[in-house]
Design a protein around this ligand. Structure first.
Ligand SMILES: [Zn+2]
Length: 314
């Protein structure tokens, strides 16, 4: 496989995703909805990646399905894999083994057919403790990126950051580790501004300025709702746009699925069909999207739909 920077120059790169909610549906990931208050912005349940050490076959199988759907990148399931988040879920002592196992499984399935990306997300410290906690975030993110580098990822996908300030920290850590990064923010409750008050255009400029290979958005919105913010980013930067939309219907009043009453136990009632992803794939090139994958609510059928859309316009 060519490196990600080269692939992005050739054509739209097809990614994968949403691992956690798909594995939650299959019974291998804990949403935390039975214990922790969710959907309020004060916490987001558990959704941690211990499946990598506890049920490796389940994760291996989902990787295989994404690969067969056409994904050129497999994301190691290291989302919410900082020591901070894992400790709150009771897995802090397994931080090293979870990250290493997740990368090993993705690599084993990818072989020479796909690249392996390490997934790094927010620590949730900024939501819980405020911006003064950014120093602690830096330590946790730097540690996870070090673990991912040691495990041999090809690049990083920095995703589902709500605060641009924490994304900046993550991009600095990626650069310090010498790993290329695709960077995507998540916008809620509306697509107009991220949690620390920056527009999509401002986010895109800052992320590109810090060296991200592609910048964009992931999670929270379905393709149709996400598109306007991607266009705003497209107009602001010259690097490729990355898009990993969710597959849950949002509303004009609330542009994010994690604050819909259906999150997390009634998500099937707001599921978006794969057709919207075929259309999104069709539009990707003309919209200047260079990296496209899925996020929460997507499964391999949605990635296949994206692939079909991309192929239809080739
Ligand atoms: Zn998501």
């Amino acid at each position: 496989m060519k490196p990600i920077a080269e692939l992005l120059k050739v054509d739209v790169v097809l990614g994968d995703g949403g691992y956690l909610i798909e594995l939650e549906r299959r019974g291998y990931v804990d949403s935390g909805s039975g214990r922790e208050k969710v959907g309020t912005g004060r916490g987001s349940g558990q959704f941690t990646p211990e499946v990598a050490i506890e049920q490796p076959d389940a994760l291996r199988e989902l990787h295989r399905e994404f690969l067969n759907a056409g994904a050129q990148v497999l994301q190691a399931l290291t989302f919410f894999g900082t020591r901070e988040k894992l400790t709150r879920a009771g897995y802090g002592a397994e931080t090293e083994s979870i990250n290493a196992a997740a990368v090993r499984l993705a690599r084993e399935v990818a072989g020479d057919r796909a690249l392996v990306a390490g997934s790094v997300s927010r620590t949730q410290l900024t939501e819980r403790e405020g911006m003064e906690s950014l120093g602690k975030s830096r330590d946790h993110i730097a540690e996870q990126i070090r673990l991912l580098k040691d495990s041999g990822v090809d690049f990083l996908i920095l995703e589902t950051f709500f605060h641009l300030a924490e994304m900046q920290v993550a991009l600095e850590c990626a650069a310090a580790a010498g790993l290329p990064a695709v960077a995507t923010m998540s916008f809620r409750p509306l697509i107009t501004k991220c949690t620390d008050g920056h527009t999509p255009a401002e986010c895109a400029r800052v992320m590109a300025g810090l060296g991200a290979l592609a910048v964009g958005a992931n999670c929270e919105q379905e393709p149709g709702r996400m598109l306007p913010l991607l266009r705003e980013m497209r107009a602001a930067v010259s690097v490729p746009i990355a898009a990993q939309p969710g597959a849950f219907r949002t509303t004009d009043a609330c542009h994010c699925f994690t604050r819909q009453p259906a999150f997390p136990d009634d998500l099937e009632t707001i599921q978006v069909s794969r057709r919207e992803f075929t259309e999104f794939g069709r539009a990707a090139r003309t919209e200047g999207i260079g990296y496209v994958g899925g996020c929460c609510g997507c499964n391999p059928a949605y990635i296949r739909a994206l692939a079909q859309g991309l192929e239809a316009r080739r």
